[in-house]
Design a protein around this ligand. Structure first.
Ligand code: NAD
Ligand code: IPM
Ligand code: MN
Length: 360
């Protein structure tokens, strides 16, 4: 691949532990680049609170242009108490929404796997989680996050409105994407999650999902209400293969699934549209409670670089090598504080060194 054109990676560290884990993830990507001669070029961009402080806006046009010229975007996380008071358009999180919408990244893949070596880290009993391997496909460019919002009145007369719009086309493309992914997995099952007993958008969601299922007669497609899904994730996570759901439900269920795995610090994500660049980021946020201490778990960000290589650049071999190196480090007993259960733990950089030493 080195003989071809260079591949530009837009690197957006963001805020808090986003900055800490992205620095480590780039070290891993750079080593994979050297070993596999991928021809990667890294270029850093500003977004989130860091951009508000520097230029007064959460996502300067220069950053969007950098992403447009790039083959893939690697992002840490945006946000923090320092910037929590601003109006909607001037909050750090707006950077995420702009990138998701601008690049049409409607499918957000969030895998939750419990490797045997981490069974003890899960808050659930071994027999419940052993063998769990599920993928949440979260719709990412519609619903409450992008519906009209308003605020009127003051004090007791204050009122607020959020709206939850979905079109059939928006539902169809993400359910199709989930079904295509399920085809490549051994169990070939899709659970479409909604609140069709209450919400009109969910009734549309279920109708369209039922239509899409007819195109995929080789898959098992079932429907589940979101409250029951939240329960089933802790009762019996092994029943799930691919879960597809709307934006807000996916946000909540994916943190829950990460908790079932043992830590949010383990869950990577890939946000994909119909063309590059995809956006690759750990599921966790900026973790203000541990930021600046050098103890954040870098594995979600490192596993995110594997998704970037696989889905963003079509490079399976280095992606699998990074995942294998992470697994080997865990098997050798390396743990950050979130997984150590009070025992001595490695910091962010030392955990990354452990992965680098096992990356071949
Ligand atoms: P969070 O994900 O930052 O933290 C939740 C909990 O998980 C905290 O106790 C934190 O210490 C722990 N945690 C998270 N990642 C960890 C890691 N890698 N290693 C060890 N522990 C880890 O969620 P929050 O506290 O609700 O949000 C903090 C800020 O981050 C908010 O401003 C929020 O808007 C933002 N946020 C951004 C993104 C993103 O940019 N994609 C995602 C989620 C939250
Ligand atoms: C996530 C985050 C974001 C979301 C926030 C920070 C806006 O929680 O990526 O999961 O809700 O999409
Ligand atoms: Mn979230």
């Amino acid at each position: 691949m080195s003989a071809g054109r260079p591949r530009r990676i837009a690197v957006i560290p963001g805020d808090g532990i986003g900055r800490e884990v992205i620095a480590e993830a780039v070290r891993v990507l750079a080593k994979a680049d050297r070993q596999y001669e991928l021809g990667l070029e890294f270029e850093e961009g500003l977004a989130g609170g860091a951009a508000i402080d520097a230029v007064g806006h959460p996502i300067p046009p220069k950053t969007v242009e950098l992403c447009r010229r790039s083959d893939a975007i690697l992002l840490g996380a945006c946000g923090g108490p320092k910037w929590d008071r601003g109006p909607r358009e001037l909050r750090p999180e707006q950077a995420l929404f702009t990138l998701r919408k601008t690049f049409g990244l409607y499918a957000n893949l969030r895998p939750a796997i419990v490797p045997p070596v981490l069974l003890a880290a899960s808050p659930l009993r071994r027999e419940i989680v052993e063998g769990a391997d599920l993928l949440i496909v979260r719709e990412l460019t519609g619903g409450l996050y992008f519906g009209a919002q308003s605020r009127t009145g003051e004090r007791e007369h204050a009122a607020a409105l959020d709206t939850l719009p979905y079109s059939a086309a928006e539902v169809r493309r993400v359910v199709r994407k989930a079904c295509e992914i399920a085809r490549g997995r051994p169990r070939r099952k899709v659970t479409s999650v909604d609140k069709a007993n209450v919400l009109e958008t969910s009734r549309l969601w279920r109708e369209v999902a039922t239509e899409v299922a007819r195109e995929f007669s080789d898959l098992t497609v079932e429907h589940m209400l979101v409250d029951n899904c939240a329960l089933q994730l802790v009762y019996n996570p092994k029943q799930f293969d691919v879960i597809v759901t709307e934006n807000m439900f996916g946000d909540i269920l994916s943190d829950e699934a990460a908790g079932v795995m043992g830590s949010l610090g383990l869950m990577p994500s890939a946000s994909l549209g119909d063309r590059p660049p995809g956006l690759f980021e750990p599921v966790h946020g900026t973790a203000p409670d541990i930021a600046g201490k050098g103890i954040a778990n870098p594995l979600a960000a490192i596993l995110t670089t594997a998704l970037l290589l696989r889905y963003g650049l079509g490079q399976e071999a280095p992606a699998a090598a990074i995942e294998a190196a992470v697994l080997q480090a865990l098997q050798d007993g390396c743990r950050t504080a979130d997984l150590a259960g009070g025992r001595p733990a490695l910091g962010t950089a030392a955990m990354t060194d452990a992965v680098l030493a096992r990356l071949h």
